[in-house]
Design a binder for this molecule. Structure first.
Ligand SMILES: Cc1cc2nc3c(=O)[nH]c(=O)nc-3n(C[C@H](O)[C@H](O)[C@H](O)COP(=O)(O)O)c2cc1C
Length: 307
């Protein structure tokens, strides 16, 4: 039997795209407790059962293992910050979000797409996790798009579709990619040495033609996530940029520019320079959002919808 590398296994588990939930309960003295979980699974309709896996190492493990009730809150696409909050070890998570008490006095997170209040049915010991099985005693649902999680990053179906469709209406849309190789990004130099991100060939530029061009160049590139959609006023067009990874031999005119050197690099387009500045900042913190706006004043949408 081959030895299982836990890190590689975690990455492989991450290939299963999920939603994101916050699991909540109260400790004995009534203090609300909660943690972010994507291991939620519906189990049975009759009786109504669900489960979630909780790491034994979590601060709240003992509380959840003994509490008579808990709730599952399925997060909406504008609740990335809520996910981050409950994945942290902050002491006062519930002071920083809106919530109310539901059946069994469980804390329910406002704005969630679905909330299930449960009585603890069973607790199964499973390796370094506990499987918490709950019997649904009450539930509610709301309209909206879910917050998604895939390979360690958030995604949002609704927001990305809308942004890409809106921007793609514009004939002067530039479709490109921020392709990382460690702490460097791939850039293409023109005859004067000015640098640009790799772009899809026009006029019908889209993610497929972008991928085809990268493959034709002999690059091994995985274009994974929508990274930025913006109005480029200098260019009177739109920019749609994806994020991904690149490896392999670099074709002529392509360079890997270390993030630390970007500020001084001769980047041809102001919009790309601005976006790469944000990329370098996000790389430091390991979190990526979808950017929407114009080339200088947009906001990184924490997948913040219309509310
Ligand atoms: C998207 C996402 C999904 C997560 N899923 C789980 C999970 O299913 N089970 C778990 O125990 N921890 C999971 N975590 C980690 C916990 O949220 C994190 O360890 C948290 O600090 C636990 O809170 P506590 O230590 O205050 O109990 C997840 C984190 C994120 C960002």
């Amino acid at each position: 039997m081959t030895a299982i590398d836990p890190k590689a296994l975690r990455n492989a588990f991450g290939a299963f795209a999920t939603g994101v939930t916050v699991i909540t309960t109260r400790q004995d003295d009534g203090t609300p407790r909660g943690f972010t979980a994507n291991s939620f699974t519906s189990v049975s309709l009759d009786p109504p059962l669900l489960l979630v896996c909780l790491a034994k190492s979590a601060h709240s493990a003992t509380t959840f293992a003994t509490a008579p009730h808990f709730a599952v809150n399925v997060l909406a696409e504008d609740q990335k910050a809520v996910s981050g909050l409950f994945a942290s070890r902050e002491a006062s998570k519930f002071n920083q979000c809106d919530w109310h008490a539901g059946a069994g006095d469980v804390p329910l997170i406002d704005g969630a797409l679905a909330q299930f209040a449960c009585a603890r049915e069973n607790l199964v010991d499973a390796g370094d996790h506990l499987i918490l099985i709950g019997r649904v005693v009450d539930f509610a649902t709301a309209e909206g798009n879910p917050l998604g999680y895939f390979k360690g990053r958030y995604f949002s179906i609704g927001l990305e579709d809308g942004l890409v469709k809106a921007a793609a209406q514009n004939r002067r849309t530039r479709v490109g990619a921020v392709l990382a190789c460690g702490d460097a990004v791939l850039m293409e130099a023109d005859s004067t040495g000015r640098l640009s991100l790799p772009l899809a060939p026009g006029p019908a530029a889209n993610i497929d033609t972008l991928r085809a061009r990268l493959a034709a160049l002999g690059l091994t590139a995985e274009v994974e996530f929508l990274y930025a959609v913006f109005d480029d006023r200098a260019d009177q067009g739109h920019g749609i940029y994806y994020h991904g990874q690149v490896s392999g031999t670099l074709p002529a005119a392509f360079h890997l520019i270390p993030l630390a050197d970007l500020a001084a690099a001769p980047i041809a387009h102001a919009a790309e320079a601005q976006m790469l500045h944000r990329y370098a900042e996000e790389y430091k913190h390991g979190s990526f959002g979808v950017y929407q706006g114009n080339e200088t004043t947009g906001t990184v949408r924490r997948l913040a919808g219309a509310h």
